[in-house]
Design a protein around this ligand. Sequence first.
Ligand code: NDP
Length: 286
Amino acid sequence: SRLEKRSVTLPDGTTVPCVGQGTWHMAENPRERAEEIKALRLGIELGMKVIDTAEMYGHGAAERLVGEAIKGRRDEVFLVSKVYPHNSGLDKIATACENSLKRLGTDYLDLYLLHWRGRVPLEETVEGMEKLRKEGKILRWGVSNFDTDDMEELWGIPDGRNCAVNQVLYHLGSRGIDFDLLPWHRAHRLPIMAYSPLAQGGSLRKQLLTDPAVQSLAEKYRVKPLQIALAWTIRTNDVIAIPKAGRQQHVLENAEAAAIELTPEDLEKLDRAFPKPRKKVPLDMI
Ligand code: NDP
């Protein structure tokens, strides 16, 4: 598929397709459950094999739903989950990981992320992650919601450089990381996972949908404005976007967006409408 051709290389040489699937707010409405499972399975068939979840989502319910969706196809997916900061100490991380594995119905994660920074010293979380990696419970680990100074700190601690990705908020309407975090990542050859690549909903989403530059490109490529926004986040080869789609129609559209190759002129047009920051902006989060 086109998605396989547009892949991102992780520090250990593994390649993953540039569009995956998010799962936040899945498993919250029993009436949507069947469609959510179908949507995830369709996404896997279309090549969106990176599935992002977390122990936090629905207090474990999202992981259980993912477990159901990937039953019998574990080896086709690249499974990502996240540990709460308060579970990321040496006393708790192994249990937290074991619980995630149980809910997901698997015996390993492809990637385990620290969801955001809390009070546990980073050294301790890294030590816990490395232990899990050596035991084969996780194949690699990474972080989430880390700004440039956090990454610098991580780079200075033992084994900190074994980090595989940093998952942060990134979309056309929130491009603070273009100033310094993304350049830092490029210099260190460390991919970014872009969360909320469709601006989730809300007022920024509206801004994307109604912007004339986005609309004219949507006409040019005969796609929807949000597909242009998604194609923008994956315009380079070092960002993996993880849109969440609980409906099959949305999954199809997101997979299609991976085929849109924006030209330098298209990108200039979008830059004029959504300028890159000229100074440091603190990392945007939700
Ligand atoms: P997204 O930007 O992915 O937006 C999701 C919303 O967009 C849903 O309401 C979905 O609707 C809708 N949608 C999806 N595809 C389309 C489409 N083609 N056209 C129109 N609407 C569409 O927001 P999220 O915040 O969910 O981010 C994605 C994922 O990133 C999360 O699910 C989670 O896995 C991860 N994340 C990580 C965070 C972190 O701290 N590390 C924080 C936030 C998110 P529907 O479901 O009805 O299809």
